[in-house]
Design a binder for this molecule. Structure first.
Ligand code: NAD
Length: 256
């Protein structure tokens, strides 16, 4: 199917690479104009150029940057129908070693950034009585976790709580707010921040037998951003290849 986002403008934060880039690409395939907002200028410009969109340098943890990103979409593309806040960081640190500064940084990007993005997009979406907000959460925090993810888990569980509040508050304005909980998606970020052994162990834990791709998540974001999801708000969809299903480690009891 094509044209599911025809004539829509989408601001995608954290889209220079990885899952966000995959979402931007998928949206463009369906007719959207995209604005890529990211801290990484070179990669962000390249992605925007490749997809025929705009780039705006944005640190999502800063309110002035977030507001500038929204203005770029409105002034540069004539509107803003879809907001995707996907930027996130995931340093691996055991709780006993997490400094207050590192804690604040993870919460500032992942959780405060999500609030700032919603707050910045709200006035425009409220005025036009339409909006789709999609936030990238994670299975890590809301459903499962592993050592080294104390701050990250807290930030992602916080996003799920925020989604519910925002969905309720914005429901009278024709704005839906939903989230995606990806499982283990193979991105450059994961390759940079996680060991080969960790990645292999995750792969073995996935019933569908492979790590996810940015496109797997992008297809879900497309659904939530499209008219097909117009009656869905305040919820999250797990995209994890079944990773959160098994009760125990020996789930391949019937390999047939
Ligand atoms: N990859 C996974 O397995 C996985 C699983 C669950 C959830 N997630 C979430 O998906 C999102 C993307 O993950 P990814 O693996 O593609 O990561 P990635 O590191 O490959 O890409 C993240 C992008 O966000 C940008 N970014 C980082 N900090 C930013 C900031 N302060 N302001 C604006 N942009 C910023 C980066 O420059 C980069 O372009 C994150 O929120 C992550 O927590 C990823």
């Amino acid at each position: 199917m094509t044209g599911r986002l025809q004539d829509k403008v989408a601001l995608i934060i954290g889209a220079a690479r990885g899952i966000g880039e995959g979402i931007a690409e998928r949206f463009v395939e369906e007719g959207a104009r995209v604005v890529i907002a990211d801290t990484e200028v070179e990669a962000g410009c390249e992605t925007a150029k490749r997809l025929g969109g705009l780039f705006v340098e944005t640190d999502i943890s800063r309110m002035d940057h977030t507001e500038r990103a929204v203005r770029t979409a409105i002034d540069g593309c004539g509107g803003l129908g879809i907001l995707v806040q996907n930027a996130g960081i995931y340093p691996w640190t055991l709780i006993e070693k997490i400094s207050p500064e590192e804690w604040d940084k993870v919460l500032a990007v992942n959780l405060k950034g999500t609030f700032l993005a919603a707050r910045a997009a709200l006035p425009h979406m409220k005025a036009q009585r339409f909006g789709r907000m999609v936030f990238t959460s994670s299975i890590t925090g809301p459903r499962v976790t592993s050592p080294g993810h104390g701050h990250y888990s807290a930030s992602k569980a916080g996003i799920n709580g925020f989604i519910k509040s925002a969905a309720l508050e914005f429901s009278g304005y024709g704005i839906t707010v939903n989230g995606i909980e990806p499982g283990n998606i193979l991105t450059s970020g994961v390759k940079m921040h996680r060991s080969e052994a960790f990645i292999r162990s995750m792969e073995e834990a996935i019933p569908l037998g492979r790590l996810g791709s940015p496109r797997d998540v992008a297809n879900c974001a497309l659904f939530l951003a499209s008219d097909d999801a117009s009656y869905i708000t305040g919820t999250t969809i797990v995209v994890d290849g079944g990773q959160t299903l098994p009760e125990g480690a020996d789930f391949r009891i019937n390999p047939e």
